[in-house]
Design a protein around this ligand. Structure first.
Ligand code: ATP
Length: 587
């Protein structure tokens, strides 16, 4: 298939901000693609080569691309740089400069999608000495064969900034339209996606085997399952009503969620965002090998840092230090030991447990685990009594937990992979009139700083996630709580997400100086949730002409790198916090 077909579709997708139009354009593209190439097309369209959990990145630095562009266009590096400074987008620079290379393009052969993918794949595999030169050579070969318009997307892809803004759910809808002829079939595709975390696999399967093939896809060791998530409420009696009068109340441990995949001779650990974090927790790998009595299994648990002197649980910040410092893992493993509290069993020796009710999963988990000093099953109390829940909450908090997870034990209490639903409800310590709980918000924009912060960001525009409409709606402008180190670090983290305009999934009434693709999640605390005419979360819901906002927001210092933007607090949760504040004030 010609790469130009992909590029035509990308151009059209880029110029629309309407999700439905984007969906239809994608469906048209998918229909044109041969089934055997569809997985690759889906990955490329999301700016990837493989599903995220494999952690394979292109890893091409901006500097390298500038060099490749200089070679391919025959222009000096300085010319490339100065054009880049003007356009702010190296893709556009590529289009412009390669457009001036008329004679060479006469002899070029049309690029195929297969070729582009294969070259990128080779680039991703290059490592070690000589790899920089090899990457440049490979890129130049691609750029030499590319038309200027194709070069624009090749360069953006190489930089990891394709910026089409196509969400997973849009791809699933487009696949349903293209291959089942019914957008409603997205539900079944989504279930299979939630069990496999691999959109390419779903695409290839639906294109070659139809919906029947997709329905046969099952959980499998090695492919992470998208995590089930909880709703939140602030009243024990209300929670019991939601859970049909009876609940499994469990400690809500304050650590890192881990999904462990075990087969003979191997253990893989995935984070809440489904990154492979096996190397960061060699100790946990060892403990699980010892404790789990199944050959093949997928279990979930919360990994908590433990004070080696007292055995007490330590707050989340302690375990988060293990992340991202590969070379220091060994030292940290000695200094901050961790313990895993298992709370679910999703797969066991050929059987998919996600479809079984929770009591059955829990019983099988208890059977499969030999508890030790380092592996425990989450503490649990089966109860129908709100007062018992209150008492258990106190106990959990005094033991160092964040609160409780209340879980349905009804016949329909399946593991809802990838969904936030009412089968799990979190009940945290303090929902007082002042905002005692923190919120996790997505950075969608920034305002230039003045004075000491001149040249950097003065404040960030933060948003909550509106699940229903797949949008990010603003809740505050946050300029407090940032240390000097944060002020240095933020541009480094945010620059790759910069956009020349507001992202199509961002709803804002404020005009930021800089816009970002929603990507970075920060933990923020504030005084309370208030009505605000300038913020767009829950706009018109509580009062006409007002949204909800966090008053006096402060960054807590926690970068929630374990959360994707869709995992941030939802606008529904902000509304719930607002309402529970009112309730506490009036009672
Ligand atoms: P939070 O930031 O409050 O941890 P979250 O968005 O990460 O929320 P939720 O589904 O809202 O995730 O809350 C459940 C989280 O609580 C899980 O992701 C898991 O990490 C953690 N957790 C701790 N103990 C348990 C438990 N016993 N059962 C399920 N989840 C637990």
């Amino acid at each position: 298939m010609k790469y130009s077909i992909l590029v035509d579709a990308y151009d059209r997708i880029e110029s629309t901000t309407k999700r439905l139009e984007m969906r239809d354009l994608l469906a048209d593209l998918f229909k044109k693609a041969p089934a055997k190439l569809l997985a690759e097309i889906v990955y490329l369209t999301q700016g990837k080569l493989y599903p995220d959990y494999l952690g394979i990145e292109l890893g091409i630095a901006e500097k390298l691309l500038v060099r490749a562009l200089s070679t391919a266009s025959g222009k000096p590096v300085e010319t490339v740089k100065s054009s880049y400074r003007k356009t702010g987008d190296l893709g556009e620079t590529a289009e412009k400069l390669l457009g001036q290379r008329a004679q060479q393009t006469l002899t070029r052969r049309p690029l195929k999608v297969e070729d582009v993918y294969a070259v990128f794949d080779k680039i991703a595999c290059e490592a070690g000495t000589g790899s920089v030169e090899a990457k440049i050579r490979l890129l130049c070969s691609l750029l030499n064969d590319a038309t200027p318009r194709e070069a624009k997307y090749i360069v953006r892809m190489a930089l990891g900034r394709l910026r089409l803004g196509v969400a997973d759910m849009t791809i699933l809808e487009s696949l349903a339209l293209a291959y089942v002829g019914d957008v409603e079939a997205k539900e079944q595709l989504e279930r299979a996606y939630n069990l496999s975390s691999d959109l390419g696999l779903i695409a290839r399967t639906v294109a070659s085997e139809g919906l029947g093939g997709v329905l046969k896809l099952k959980a499998s060791v090695g492919r992470p399952i998208r995590p089930m998530l909880a709703e939140r409420l602030s009243d024990a009696a209300e929670i019991l009503v939601k859970l049909a009068g009876k609940a499994a109340a469990e400690y809500k441990y304050d650590g890192l969620r881990i999904q462990a995949h075990l087969k003979p001779g191997s253990v893989l650990l995935f984070s809440r965002r489904l990154e492979n974090i096996t190397e960061q927790f060699p100790d946990v790998v060892g403990y699980l090998k010892e404790s789990i009595r199944l050959e093949n299994a997928i279990v979930e648990g919360e990994c908590v840092a433990i004070d080696p002197n007292t055995g007490d649980m330590l707050p989340f910040q302690m375990i988060s230090q293990r992340r991202g410092r590969k070379h220091e893992v060994e030292r940290m493993t000695g200094e901050v030991p961790v313990k895993i509290f298992l709370f679910d069993l999703l797969y066991a020796d050929g059987e998919d447990f996600t479809v079984k009710p929770y009591p059955q999963r829990r019983a099988a988990l208890s059977e499969a685990v030999a508890e030790s000093d380092w592996v425990e099953i989450s503490r649990q109390l089966l109860t129908s009594n709100p007062q018992e829940i209150e008492n258990y909450l106190m106990e959990a908090v005094s033991d160092g937990c964040e609160g409780l997870m209340l879980k349905s034990v009804g016949p329909n209490s399946i593991y809802q992979a990838g969904a936030r639903g009412w089968l799990w409800i979190k009940y945290k310590r303090a929902y007082r009139s002042e905002m005692a709980d923190t919120v996790d918000l997505v950075v969608v924009g920034a305002f230039h700083g003045r004075g000491r912060r001149g040249g950097g960001y003065g404040a960030l525009l933060l948003a909550a996630y509106d699940e229903e409409n797949d949008m990010f709606r603003t809740v505050c402008k946050c300029g407090s709580g940032f240390t000097d180190k944060d002020l240095e670090e933020l541009p480094r983290r945010l620059r790759p997400l910069e956009l020349p305009h507001r992202h199509s999934r961002v709803d804002s009434r404020l005009e930021a100086d800089v816009w970002f693709t929603p990507g970075l999640v920060l933990e923020v605390t504030g005084d309370e949730i208030t009505l605000s005419p300038v913020h767009t979360a829950c706009f018109d819901v509580v009062r006409k002409g007002s949204g909800l906002a966090v008053r006096f927001p402060r960054f807590t210092g926690n970068y929630r790198l374990d959360k994707s933007p869709e995992d941030a607090n939802t606008t529904g949760e902000i509304l719930e916090m607002y309402r529970s504040q009112l309730k506490k004030i009036t009672t």
